[in-house]
Design a binder for this molecule. Sequence first.
Ligand SMILES: CC(=O)N[C@H]1[C@@H](OP(=O)(O)OP(=O)(O)OC[C@H]2O[C@@H](n3ccc(=O)[nH]c3=O)[C@H](O)[C@@H]2O)O[C@H](CO)[C@@H](O)[C@@H]1O[C@H](C)C(=O)N[C@@H](C)C(=O)N[C@H](CCC(=O)O)C(=O)O
Ligand SMILES: Nc1ncnc2c1ncn2[C@@H]1O[C@H](COP(=O)(O)OP(=O)(O)OP(=O)(O)O)[C@@H](O)[C@H]1O
Ligand SMILES: N[C@H](CCC[C@H](N)C(=O)O)C(=O)O
Ligand SMILES: [Mg+2]
Length: 498
Amino acid sequence: MRLRQLFQPFMNFQVTNAENPDVVNITTDSREVEPGSLFVAIRGHTVDGHRFVGQAVERGAVAAMVEERVADVPEGVPQVIVPDTRHWSALIADRLFGRPSRELRVIGVTGTNGKTTVTHIVRHLLDASGKKAGLIGTVGAKLGSNTWPLPNTTPEAVEIHRLLRRFVDEGATHAVMEVSSHALVERRAAGVSFACAAFTNLTQDHLDFHGTMERYAAAKALLFSRLGNGIGDDPSRAVHAVINADDPYAPVMAEASAAPILTYGIDRDADVRAREVQLSASGARFAVQSPAGLLNIETPLIGRFNVYNTLAAVAIALVEGLAPADIEQAIRSYPSVPGRMERVDEGQPFSVFVDYAHTPDGLENVLAAVREFATQRVLVVVGCGGDRDRTKRPKMAEVAVRWSDLAIFTSDNPRSEDPLAILADMRAGVSERDAHKVFEEVDRRRAIELAVAEAKPGDVIVIAGKGHEDYQIIGAERRHFDDREEARRAIRARFGRD
Ligand SMILES: CC(=O)N[C@H]1[C@@H](OP(=O)(O)OP(=O)(O)OC[C@H]2O[C@@H](n3ccc(=O)[nH]c3=O)[C@H](O)[C@@H]2O)O[C@H](CO)[C@@H](O)[C@@H]1O[C@H](C)C(=O)N[C@@H](C)C(=O)N[C@H](CCC(=O)O)C(=O)O
Ligand SMILES: Nc1ncnc2c1ncn2[C@@H]1O[C@H](COP(=O)(O)OP(=O)(O)OP(=O)(O)O)[C@@H](O)[C@H]1O
Ligand SMILES: N[C@H](CCC[C@H](N)C(=O)O)C(=O)O
Ligand SMILES: [Mg+2]
């Protein structure tokens, strides 16, 4: 598409010359420019993309979108000057890729915890009902049997629109995506026409980025305030908000919503409500009252929090028109999410779970669930990420100690921080009375070995924080590290199978 045609529906931006090149691609990363690309310069948290316009042109960029004219760029290359390149990269990518989000139904899921789980269940329900759903989130992008790694839970705007185009071209009817609060603030989902937006819960995380819980909640609410924009009256484009009625922040999301709301929950009155919840070591059973009638749900997912995740998925499936019988059947066969309460079983006489709990609430939910069925001790291995919300560290430590018999504090992804300083932040959350329950081992591999060496028959070990991650970031180095592999190795070593 010609540059001017690409910008034509929008306001008249200043362009530095009269050239009108053919734009075949768009990118915000100079290293990914190919001939014919429009390069978008973004002022990031670490570097200013305007520095790379020259490099982008050398690699074949035919135009640049900038916030300020960049000097030393060849005269013949037009620079389009816009007020906010992050925002406009989204709207232009949407147009360049042919408005893909309008050719399928996009379901966005936001909330502190549960996004990955809910999106995976929804995708499974849609696929099992004969639809075809693409997935975008923490564990990557997926469509059918194809998977693509992603750098973030919610990739940047250009990548979202590119992925949606790929989904449409490969026959997808739906896209289910996690929409993080960072993404909402950074407008990574701008230009996406959502057919459904869902809210799981809001508890402490990311205060380094948002500052306060109020601002964090306001970021999440942006997903709901954008619902229904420009979709029109076509009934196949019906738009819905799906909200957890039991969460204290539900009213914030509901007030922001421009679309009809379907609530779900257990404790409060809700449109989709679980009754007679029975939890066990092998999952949960419950009935669901819904506008489509009564559903009998049996899920292999463990813990009350997963009842909420399952309810969210059921509510989304109902607004997407799936039949209750299909939902019931597909939930029963749901295979579980990688790295979420993932069992490591090498035939050892105790249980080992790897879980992605990396917030105080996530950790409490998981440990409370384990406590429900543990007959012996609960051992937890946990650390906190570096360069992330520091105020959650003592809280996670306190939760770990309160819900376990032995807590081994270790490193998560220390990133640029001193791992020992992170441990000290955690230690601040432990009272003197509980200090004897804590062991510190900065090396995560050794911490896992310790837990495995210490476990007695019937104990349960929870290795928390990294879930599906197959790396550890220490300083600037990202090396291969996988909690599941480490646990397996430690178990085999202890029982002499290696
Ligand atoms: C704070 C944050 O959100 N950072 C994200 C952001 O980085 P940034 O805007 O600061 O980018 P930057 O590195 O300063 O670079 C600025 C620009 O220069 C460009 N550049 C840079 C170098 C170069 O040689 N050439 C070039 O063109 C970059 O492509 C970029 O466009 O944009 C990058 C590109 O998309 C992301 O990879 C990066 O995520 C980092 C890795 C990150 O850790 N993000 C976390 C905080 C995050 O976003 N988390 C949320 C949710 C977590 C949750 O759900 O709990 C997520 O959605 O993942
Ligand atoms: N509904 C829930 N409420 C509280 N904790 C939960 C819930 N669902 C999952 N968890 C806990 O949080 C962890 C992360 O779950 P999940 O990956 O589904 O969340 P997420 O919102 O995608 O996280 P992220 O923000 O990192 O992408 C799980 O491993 C579990 O410990
Ligand atoms: N999406 C979360 C993941 C945290 C996972 C934990 N392993 C860490 O690295 O802190 C974040 O970016 O804060
Ligand atoms: Mg996630």
